[in-house]
Design a protein around this ligand. Structure first.
Ligand SMILES: *[C@@H]1O[C@H](CO)[C@@H](O)[C@H](O)[C@H]1NC(C)=O
Ligand SMILES: *[C@@H]1O[C@H](CO)[C@@H](O)[C@H](O)[C@H]1NC(C)=O
Ligand SMILES: *[C@@H]1O[C@H](CO)[C@@H](O)[C@H](O)[C@H]1NC(C)=O
Length: 431
């Protein structure tokens, strides 16, 4: 009896301390109260894969309509993150892809190999915590191929600074020391305990998947075997740390120069010279689903609108077919981007391009095939101008795009409803 009393008193004391800790940190939330206790978080299951489908914990298929906002972790305020997630939800979307990396420099997540800025880590904690509260799942990308936010070039510079004999950026994929930096980083991420929820990242169902690297490219095809080996090694390493989450690569989807029958699908000869091959890379047994990007405006900038549509249709068909018949894995179009400028021209270029992908994903899903979803690049909210690029937009300022995104979310949901699983709930009740 006495022991029980002590434990009750202990719990109350702990709760009080936790309350004041978080309230004094002034982190918003309900009366500033945030208790990092895993079982107090909203209920959510892990997404798994069964053949060419994503499935809920109970085995029922699930489709994804989503968006990119790479800047969530680095945005100035938690309010901005909350607003973006809520707006995504209001468009019926269920997945957001964002950066879980920022390497080198004072505001970076990873300041030096294996050294982290706790303030930035807490910002990432918040993104994950808030996603779960909004019933949004996250694709978290682990490093950039490009230089923005450090990228693979920063890893190579770190190795150089440590006296390692590395020169080319391609050594990111091959040098043992550089690979070890990446593994150390990944381990720190997987084992991070979220300061808002108390949930370790590897146990967090709001994380839909880990993405190895954003848009991996080599300087030349001679590094192709190293890229392939890197993908296999890193995917296998993640599976040793975390068996609950799905893994994808982050490919743009180009076919390698030896895949002659498919080269016509690439946007140009250059795309076959980057050391990646969509089929071979995605085939690795620890890669759970294929990721594809689509940027006709920047890949074939000189083509006119109709040529771009034709190109995009073929690109999407080809990858859906690969997923269904060769890879036998779900295919997620994880970045679909169109020039914002084109909208000002009086056309609705973006909506037409987006609809091509949406229609094909929907048709594939309707047939029970590998099309699993698409994510628009990229959505902003007011006040995030510094993260703008030539493809970004605030959905609310583009009613046609807004409506299209909402419709796609709802028809993918209704697909499940026809199978008797989902009721016609908000925000699809009026669509
Ligand atoms: C995978 O799907 C098939 C066909 O829909 C089903 O028969 C099987 O039980 C599923 N497997 C799991 C592990 O859910
Ligand atoms: C560094 O590596 C290059 C190419 O691998 C090699 O030619 C060179 O001798 C190496 N330098 C040193 C100091 O080991
Ligand atoms: C705007 O429209 C004109 C005429 O159709 C076309 O030539 C031009 O490429 C368009 N600009 C953009 C940015 O789409």
């Amino acid at each position: 009896m006495e022991r029980r009393l002590y434990s009750v008193v202990g719990f109350v004391l702990l709760a009080t301390v936790v309350y004041f800790h978080w309230a004094s940190a002034g982190r918003g939330g309900w009366l500033g109260l945030r208790i990092p206790i895993p079982w107090l978080q909203p209920k959510m299951g892990f997404i798994r894969r069964n053949g060419t489908h994503f499935v809920e914990t109970d085995g029922t298929p699930v489709y994804f309509n989503g968006w990119n906002s790479y800047w969530l972790m680095t945005s100035e305020s938690e309010a901005t993150v909350s607003v973006m997630l809520k707006r995504g939800r209001a468009m019926g979307m269920n997945v957001c892809r964002t950066w879980a990396f920022s390497d080198g420099g004072s505001n970076a997540l990873q300041i030096y190999p294996g050294r982290f800025n706790e303030r930035v880590f807490q910002a990432l904690d918040f993104v994950i915590y808030e996603a779960r509260r909004n019933n949004i799942r996250l694709i978290l990308c682990l490093v950039n191929n490009l230089n923005a936010f450090g990228g693979k070039a920063q890893y190579v510079r770190w190795a150089q600074a440590a006296g390692v004999n590395v020169t080319l950026a391609d050594s990111f994929f091959s040098h043992p020391n550089v690979k070890q930096y990446y593994k150390d980083y990944v381990k720190n991420i997987m084992t991070r305990k979220n300061s808002y929820s108390g949930v370790t990242y590897k146990d967090e169902p709001a994380i839909f998947a880990w993405e190895l690297i954003n848009e991996p490219r080599c300087l030349s095809n001679s590094c192709a075997p190293f890229l392939q080996a890197w993908i296999a090694e890193m995917a296998s390493y993640i599976k040793t740390l975390d068996q609950k989450h799905l893994i994808t690569i982050g490919l743009e989807g180009f076919y390698g120069h030896e895949r002659t029958k498919k080269l016509g699908v690439n946007p140009g000869e250059w795309a076959g010279q980057l050391g990646s091959d969509f089929i071979q890379n995605s085939f690795d047994k620890n890669i759970d689903f294929a990721s594809v990007h689509a940027y006709p405006d920047s890949w074939i900038p000189k083509a006119d609108h109709n040529e771009k549509i034709k190109y995009l249709s073929n690109w999407v068909d080809s990858h859906l077919s690969d997923g269904e018949y060769i890879l036998k894995k779900p295919v997620l179009f994880s970045e679909i981007g169109s020039w914002s400028e084109a909208r000002k021209n009086g056309s609705n270029h973006r909506e037409v391009m987006l609809k091509v992908v949406y229609d094909k994903v929907f048709e594939s899903a309707s047939r029970g095939q590998a099309g699993a979803g698409a994510l628009v690049w990229q959505l902003m909210v007011e006040g995030t101008q510094r993260y703008e690029d030539e493809f970004s937009f605030v959905a609310g300022q583009h009613p046609d795009a807004y409506k299209l995104i909402l419709q796609q979310s709802c028809r993918l949901r209704n697909l499940l409803r026809r199978k008797g699983k989902v009721s016609k709930e908000w925000p699809c009740s009026n669509v």
